[in-house]
Design a protein around this ligand. Structure first.
Ligand code: KDG
Length: 339
């Protein structure tokens, strides 16, 4: 507000004019430029969600914020993004939660296969207490977790043969994300897993250094893995969340009003991104079939065999991560199913 001193009629009085945003100090939203990096393409729901975030943030800051978007791991792969955020050289980033489990082991619970039956169940857990408990573990590592977006249910592709039984996994060289649970699961299935950054996957598939990889359908389509992978098996073996994070170094320098604008935009753009991802997932299946990929389902009977083989792996990881947390996740899933 502006204080005016008014002189007149021999008396002097102070009048307060009503300026806009009376409650806020004028400098509570500063001019800022910051970078948001995502791993996937601009066409993918992740890239589209990032654009939506930029629009919302720039509008709600009255043009004071300027967000530069970087797609396709231009600022670095998921692991590099974590380091960039911790170091403060990158302000914002969206990555899969899986590589984050090397920094905060509890994120490994989202790498357990066959936990969620559908996206809605995943949202209940991610946006509920379990998801929040995990976000709260990030600040002590120099990271701020602002919310979960959707990568989605992962399916297996390869260049050797259709994978429809447990036996079919044997000996396949599969790229996994750098994550202990994924590595142990694929080893237990008899495959030969190799951790690799996403940006190297296409070339490794093309040169046959690896036989296969696993990712949600929109990624398989948009990143053209179908051009080098004839077989797609609808394993739907795990749901991977994306996590939207900020550098704590950056975050701590923001006013409450600025934090609020960014936080709310992550949630709003996240709703859009999740819906779009579900749509892209449906369309991608049709498109991949039309493009000539040979697609097969995996029967419930075979899935039960797969689950039995990986059960000890999951039990071991539950112990390492903390059984209280894993039990809580399973209990919340059960509750969500009963609703
Ligand atoms: O931004 C996310 C991507 O970098 C990556 O996480 C995609 O699922 C992915 C993978 O297989 O690496």
């Amino acid at each position: 507000s502006i204080i005016l001193t008014v002189f007149g009629c021999g008396s002097q009085k102070t009048v307060e004019t009503s300026a806009k945003n009376k409650a806020e100090p004028a400098d509570s939203i500063q001019e800022r430029r910051f970078k948001l990096g995502v791993g996937l393409d601009e066409k993918h729901s992740e890239g589209q969600g990032a654009q939506k975030f930029k629009e919302i943030v720039e509008k709600n800051s009255n043009g004071k914020f300027n967000v530069s978007l970087y797609y396709n791991n231009q600022l670095g792969d998921d692991k590099q993004t974590i380091d960039n955020l911790i170091g403060g050289t990158q302000e914002l980033g969206v990555i899969s939660t899986s590589p984050l489990a090397s920094t905060v082991k509890e994120f490994g619970i989202f790498d357990f296969p066959f936990v969620f039956n559908n996206e809605q169940e995943a949202y209940t857990i991610l946006d509920g207490e379990v998801g929040k408990t995990l976000l709260d573990k990030l600040p002590s590592h120099g990271l701020i977790g602002l919310g979960y977006w959707e990568n989605g249910f992962r399916n297996l592709t390869n260049s050797k043969h259709p994978v429809s039984t447990l036996e079919d996994f044997k000996g396949l060289k599969i790229r996994t994300m750098p994550n202990k649970v994924h590595l142990d699961v694929f080893s237990a299935l008899g495959a030969n897993p190799t951790p690799m950054a996403f940006s190297e996957v296409f070339t490794a598939l093309d040169s046959k250094t690896i036989d296969g990889q696993e990712n949600p359908l929109p990624t398989i389509e948009i990143h053209k893995f179908n051009e080098v992978q004839p077989y797609l098996s609808m394993t739907n073996h795990v749901y991977t969340p994306f996590i939207f994070m900020a550098s704590k170094k950056f975050w701590d320098g923001l006013s409450d009003e600025e934090k609020k604008i960014i936080q709310e935009a992550v949630i709003e753009a996240g709703k859009y991104q999740r819906e779009l991802n579900i749509e892209q997932n449906k369309k991608s299946l049709e498109n991949l079939k039309a493009a000539g990929m040979q697609v097969n389902e995996v029967s419930d009977e075979e899935k039960e065999k797969i689950k039995a083989v990986i059960k000890p792996v999951i039990e071991q990881h539950s112990k390492e991560i903390g059984e209280d947390l894993t039990q809580k996740m399973y209990a919340e899933v059960e509750k969500a199913r009963k609703k």
